[in-house]
Design a binder for this molecule. Structure first.
Ligand code: F6P
Length: 320
C-alpha cells in the first residue's frame, strides 16, 4: 500500500482519537501517505477527504469524540454507493483503509474489500458487543463514567431512602450494565441477555430489604430492558418506596479516554497499519486472552458473544 485512508463510523467512542493518531503516525513511520476521511462512509461518498500529517493528530490522544466526525450513511448501504465509494478511494489513491467502528462499519469495510480496497477494522464502540474481541475501544471509559454517575445517584438515593433505577447504554447488549452493576454494588442488575427477570420478585425483595433496614435500592438496567421511568412508577406503587429513574445517556459516550482505552486504541491502530503494510485485507483487529489478534471480517461477524456467566453469577451472589 502507498496511501492509507482512515475513518470513524457509527457511534463515537472515547479512544477513537488515540486510534486515529496511532494509524496516522504508524503509517507515516512506514513511509506511507495518510488521508483522513471525515464523517465516515457518508463523507467518503462526499469526498470529504483531508491529508494528514504527524501534526494533524497532535494534542488529541486525551480527547473524547472523534476529530474525523462520524455518521451513518444510507447511500453506502446500496451496491451503487459501495461501487462509488471504491471508485473515490481509487481516485484519491487510497489503497488501504482503516475503519474504526462497530459491526455495521465492518460490513461496509468487507464491501469495499471485495471491490479491491484493502481494509482493516478496529473495534470502536462503548457497547463491547463485538464477538471477536474481549475489548472494544471506549468501553472502559464508558463504564467508568457510568460508575461515577451511579455512585452520585446512590448518595441522594440513600439520603431520601429511595429506590433508584439507573439505565445505562449498550443497545441490545448488557455489558455496561453488568460491569457497572457489580462495580456499584447494585441490588439488581437487569441485562438483555438474561431477560428472565420477574418484577414481582424485585418488588418482594425491595419490601423485604426495607424491613431489614436497607436505606436505598439500586437497580441498574441495560437500555434494552425497556422503559425505566415506567418501571420506577410501578415499583413505587407496589412497594410504597419512592422510586426514581435516571437515564445516564450520552454522557457515557464522551469524555477523556481512560489509560486502558488510550493504550489499547494506540496498539490496535498500529497493529491495523502493520497488517495493511503486510498486504492483508478484509481483517478485524481484536484483543483476546491478552494478545492483539486479527480475523477475517466475515468470520468475525459470524462469531457469537454472550455476557460472562461467571461474572453474572457473581453479581447475583453479591447483590444482597
Ligand atoms: O452503540 C453505541 C450507542 O451509544 C448505544 O449504546 C446506544 O444504544 C446508541 O449508540 C445510541 O445511538 P444514538 O447516539 O444514535 O442515539
Amino acid at each position: 500500500v502507498k496511501t492509507i485512508g482512515v475513518l470513524t463510523s457509527g457511534g463515537d467512542a472515547p479512544g477513537m482519537n488515540a486510534a486515529i493518531r496511532a494509524v496516522v503516525r504508524t503509517a507515516l513511520a512506514n513511509g506511507l501517505k495518510v488521508k483522513g476521511i471525515r464523517r465516515g462512509y457518508s463523507g467518503l461518498l462526499d469526498e470529504d477527504i483531508v491529508d494528514m500529517e504527524a501534526q494533524s493528530v497532535s494534542d488529541i490522544i486525551q480527547r473524547g469524540g472523534t476529530i474525523l466526525y462520524t455518521a451513518r450513511s444510507k447511500e453506502f448501504m446500496t451496491t451503487e454507493g459501495q461501487d462509488k465509494a471504491a471508485e473515490i478511494c481509487r481516485k484519491h489513491g487510497i489503497d488501504g483503509l482503516v475503519v474504526i467502528g462497530g459491526d455495521g462499519s465492518f460490513r461496509g469495510a468487507a464491501d469495499l474489500a471485495v471491490r479491491g480496497i484493502n481494509t482493516v477494522c478496529l473495534p470502536g464502540t462503548i457497547d463491547l458487543d463485538i464477538a471477536c474481541t474481549d475489548y472494544t475501544i471506549g468501553f472502559d471509559t464508558a463504564v467508568n463514567t457510568a460508575m461515577e454517575a451511579i455512585d452520585k445517584v446512590r448518595d441522594t438515593s440513600t439520603s431520601h431512602e429511595r429506590c433508584s433505577i439507573i439505565e445505562v447504554m449498550g443497545r441490545k447488549a448488557g455489558y455496561i450494565a453488568l460491569w457497572c452493576g457489580i462495580a456499584n454494588g447494585a441490588e439488581d442488575i437487569l441485562v438483555t441477555e438474561r431477560y428472565d427477570y420477574d418484577e414481582q420478585k424485585i418488588i418482594d425483595k425491595i419490601i423485604e430489604r426495607r424491613k431489614a433496614g436497607k436505606k436505598h435500592y439500586i437497580i441498574v438496567n441495560a437500555e434494552g430492558i425497556g422503559d425505566s421511568n415506567n418501571m420506577a412508577k410501578r415499583i413505587e406503587a407496589a412497594t410504597g418506596m419512592e422510586a426514581r429513574a435516571t437515564i445516564i445517556g450520552h454522557i457515557q459516550r464522551g469524555g477523556s479516554p481512560t489509560c486502558i482505552d488510550r493504550v489499547h486504541a494506540s496498539a490496535m491502530g498500529a497493529y491495523g497499519v502493520d497488517l495493511l503494510c503486510k498486504g492483508a485485507s478484509n481483517r478485524v483487529v481484536g484483543y483476546r486472552d491478552g494478545n492483539y489478534v486479527d480475523y477475517d471480517i466475515k468470520e468475525a461477524l459470524a462469531m457469537k458473544k454472550d455476557i460472562d456467566q461467571y461474572l453474572y453469577d457473581v453479581s447475583k451472589t453479591l447483590s444482597r
